[in-house]
Write a protein that binds this ligand. Structure first.
Ligand code: SF4
Ligand code: SF4
Length: 199
């Protein structure tokens, strides 16, 4: 006759006292452990649209496109491998975070397994091109504090968010020559270069 091993006997007694290690999911909700890596989610108010997460995602589960005056970011949970690189490299630390949610099965389309957010662009006062998302500029301005006075675009942008500087309309590019005061405007890198050289 074979006797049970002592280790198994000890585990059986422990299970009798503490209850089973496994949970009753799906009959009862399951609470994953604290550092479980589940669905990665954008937190719109903390995301500044910088695109760092898009660039580091090894599974290409984050898509980014600039549509008109908006940057569109989408995270696809059907492609995500829950590696946590997006969260680790997010410049604000909270723009995208892995949640505890692991219930991703669906009977519908794969298109349901995604989250999309949009970020509005700041626009060059001169040529009207998109520069970077507004939230990103504001985040940089706040981060560097008084140092933003060294960059005219940053300081004008910051003043505009507080309604202390009005948006000026430039004449069409072909009829327009940059003057020295035009340096104190929100300009894209190309127009800034032109303004510095020609004014
Ligand atoms: S957890 Fe990894 S795979 Fe998933 S979106 Fe973030 S970086 Fe991409
Ligand atoms: S702020 Fe974070 S979540 Fe938003 S685009 Fe940048 S890295 Fe991604």
């Amino acid at each position: 006759m074979k006797y049970p091993k002592l280790r198994e006997l000890r585990e059986a007694i422990r299970a009798l006292i503490r209850g089973p290690y496994t949970s009753k999911f799906p009959h009862q909700p399951h609470k994953p452990f604290e550092r479980f890596r589940g669905r990665s989610e954008f937190h719109e108010k903390d995301c500044v649209g910088c695109s760092a997460c898009f660039n580091v995602c090894p599974a290409r589960a984050i898509e980014m496109s600039d549509v008109g005056r908006k940057r569109v970011l989408t995270v696809r949970w059907d492609l995500c491998i829950f590696c946590g690189q997006c969260q680790a490299n997010c410049i604000t630390g909270k723009g995208i975070m892995l949640s505890n949610d692991f219930e991703l099965s669906t009977t519908g389309q794969r298109n349901e397994l995604r989250q999309t957010i949009e970020k509005e662009f700041a626009v060059c006062d001169s040529c009207g091109d998109n520069i970077v998302p507004l939230d990103h500029i504001l985040w940089v301005a706040k981060k560097i504090g008084p140092l933003c006075f060294s960059n005219p675009s940053l300081i004008v942008f910051y003043l505009r968010t507080m309604d202390l500087s009005a948006k000026e309309k430039f004449p069409p590019k072909e009829e327009f020559e940059f003057n020295r005061p035009d340096r104190i405007k929100i300009l894209c890198p190309r127009c800034r270069r032109e303004a510095v050289i020609k004014s």
